[in-house]
Structures are given as C-alpha cells and as structure tokens.
Design a protein around this ligand. Structure first.
Ligand code: GSH
Length: 264
C-alpha cells in the first residue's frame, strides 16, 4: 500500500500560493498548510531559504518517503505532485504524451508571462508610491494581450472539440488540468491589476473562469491558508486602498532591505 502523503505547504493567500493549494485539494492529498507572513518577511528567514533559496512562497516539503524532499516554484510543485500522486491522471497527462507537453507549455507560459506581467501591473497600479502612467500602461497592456492569447486558445479548443456553448473549453485536450489551475490562480486576481478577464473581449475566459471557480477543490484551495477575501475587497474602494497600503508597506520595506545588499 502506498504511504499516506505527509506534505508541508509553506504558503500565503496569493495567486502563486493558490495554484499549489488548489492542486493539493484536487488530488485529495493530506497536507499541512503553514502560513508564511510576507508582511513580516518570513519568506526571507534563514530556515525558509533552506527550503526555497529564492525567498518566495509557495514551497513544499514532502516527508512521505521519510527523506524530506523540498520543492519550490509553483508550477514545479504542481508537476511534482502530479508525477508522484496523480497516477490516474485526474488533472494531468501521461508523461511524454503530446498533452503532457502542452500542459507544460501553458504552465511555463503562466510562470514566465502572465504571472510576472500581471504582478508588475499590480505593483505599478496598486503599490508603487509614485503613479507612473507609462509603467501602468505597459504592464496592463501586456496583461490584456496575454488574456487575449488565453481567450484565443480556449476558442480554438472549443472548435477542436465541437463543444456546445454551455460547456467550458480547457487549455489542454478536453480536460481540466494542472495547466488550467496554474493560469486560473492569476486570472482569479485579474481585476486587482486593473484588467478584468471577464470583460466582453474575453468571452471564453469568462466561461472558463466561472466553471473553474465553482469546483469544490478550488473553493477550498483558495481559502488556504486564510479565507479568500479579495473579491469582497475589490468591490470596495476603501478596502482596496487599505489592502494596497498594507501590501505596499511590506513591499517597500523588503525593497529597501534588498537595495542595501550586494553593494560594494
Ligand atoms: N515564480 C514564483 C513566484 C513566487 C512569488 O513571487 N511569490 C510571492 C507571493 S505571490 C512572494 O513570495 N512574495 C514575497 C516577496 O516578494 O518577498 C512561483 O510561481 O512560485
């Protein structure tokens, strides 16, 4: 009999954290979520850097086999969990199949495109002490371009599988997978960057988002390690400003500390 998974998830309630907690929930794996308080810079503490030398959440320590295995970078953790624990390919594909590589492509697309661009849009639109129109426009435009790439992919998947309007299309094959989870985790926060992925220009993204957010595992995963309040925050100007001010505070403090390092 396979040993019961014994996984520590070091995380915070952010898009990058959610993609891993949703994956763990979808796979029905037992895990212990440990909150890393980004506002206290716990992600830069020595013990944490031994798990993730990049000083960012999420990271996992898998102790299932007895010898602790640490994994960092959201999509690597997802791929690791799928290889180890998704033998029935509930949310993944057989290694080296065409679908497997398509899944990897969309995950890398998120990690290197949508995540960083939307993250910078968040930064300049919400957190930067100075509002720089060029920077806001640059990152929001690029984020919007990426949602249009996502919309086109979903539309071509709808055509390829002749799906009725009532059914969502998914990124790879005709199946919800780790690629959808990876991209969803950021699309779910789009409005925070000032780009609404549900806007009329992205009809396929809207259907896809609505289908994913209804899933029980997604609901559970987005409430790890704290209750997900972003939607409610984004509906209120005061709450948005309060959240932005709090985040801006620790981001600026972290930047100052980094600036002092590595200078001759
Ligand atoms: N590419 C990384 C990004 C990780 C990342 O940027 N995490 C953010 C939270 S969403 C973080 O830990 N920020 C803390 C900091 O900037 O010090 C991943 O997917 O794991």
């Amino acid at each position: 009999m396979a040993p019961t998974p014994d996984i520590d998830l070091l995380t915070s309630g952010t898009p990058n954290g959610h993609k891993v907690s949703i994956t763990l929930e979808e796979l029905g794996l037992k895990y212990n979520a440990q909150k890393i308080d980004l506002s206290k810079n716990q992600q830069k503490e020595e013990w944490f850097l031994k798990v993730n030398p990049n000083g960012r959440i999420p990271a996992i320590v898998d102790k299932t086999s007895g010898k602790p295995k640490r994994v960092f970078e959201g999509a690597s953790i997802q791929l690791y969990l799928c290889e180890k624990y998704d033998k029935e390919h509930k949310i993944s594909f057989e290694y080296d199949s065409d679908e497997y590589w398509e899944m990897v492509e969309w995950m890398v697309w998120m990690q290197s495109g949508l995540g960083p661009m939307q993250g910078q849009a968040n930064h300049f639109y919400r957190y930067a002490p100075e509002k720089i129109p060029y920077a806001i426009n640059r990152y929001q435009t690029e984020t919007r371009r990426l949602y249009s790439v996502l919309n086109d992919r979903l539309a071509s998947q709808r055509a390829a599988f002749a799906l009725p309007a009532s059914q969502p299309a998914f990124l790879v094959a005709n199946k919800y997978s780790a690629a959808d989870i990876c991209v969803f985790s950021w699309a779910n926060w789009g409005e925070w960057a000032g780009v609404d992925p549900r806007e009329a220009a992205f009809p396929e993204v809207k259907v896809w988002l609505e289908a994913i957010e209804k899933r029980a595992a997604v609901e559970k995963g987005t409430n790890v390690p704290d209750e997900f309040k972003m939607k409610e925050i984004m509906r209120s100007k005061e709450k948005s400003e309060e959240y932005a001010k709090h985040s801006s505070g620790w981001i600026m403090k972290g930047m100052k500390e980094e600036e002092g390092k590595g200078k001759m």
